[in-house]
Write a new protein. Structure first.
Length: 165
């Protein structure tokens, strides 16, 4: 399918008289500039996540949040995933894999972990990609709305899985 798509784009470019080589070079140039613009933000996010996990702050936050999660019918083994998912896709995938290895894919905890992983976004990573090179107004409103949506997704994932399974 990819070679067909490439041939289609090249064919349409030739039909419409688009200078294909210079357009490609310009796209590459803009892509490299975008990468350079967001690179510092991405490094900040990756280093922050590593420090967050290595410093023990994640374990401390888990201890604070676990009683509240138990009250809301969110199993405590899910709490690390809840905290890591907005920060790091790789870190949350690793935690989800650990949950599945420990509890199994057919357990309630495993199902909640899978639904949660598929239903939420790596909020700060995504914001870093989209807004890293820009200086948007109202950034705190965007972050607040995204985190509220993440929290609602956590609640709904646990409640739906508790109802169905």
């Amino acid at each position: 399918m990819i070679p067909i798509l490439i041939l289609f784009v090249l064919g349409m470019g030739l039909i419409h008289g688009v200078p294909i080589l210079s357009s490609f070079a310009q796209g590459v140039r803009e892509g490299v500039q975008t990468c350079l613009r967001i690179f510092p933000t991405m490094m900040l996010i990756l280093i922050s996540v590593s420090v967050f996990r290595a410093s023990g702050a994640l374990d401390f936050m888990i201890g604070l949040i676990a009683p509240v999660c138990d009250t809301l019918s969110i199993p405590s083994p899910i709490v690390p995933l809840v905290l890591m998912r907005p920060l790091s896709g790789g870190g949350s995938l690793s935690l989800c894999s650990e949950i599945l290895d420990r509890f199994g894919a057919d357990s309630l905890v495993g199902r909640i972990a899978c639904v949660l992983s598929a239903s939420t976004e790596t909020t700060f990573y995504t914001l870093g990609i989209y807004l890293g090179g820009a200086n948007p107004k109202g950034l705190w409103r965007v972050i607040s709305a995204a985190l509220i949506c993440d929290a609602l997704t956590v609640l709904l994932s646990a409640w739906v899985c508790n109802l169905i399974f």
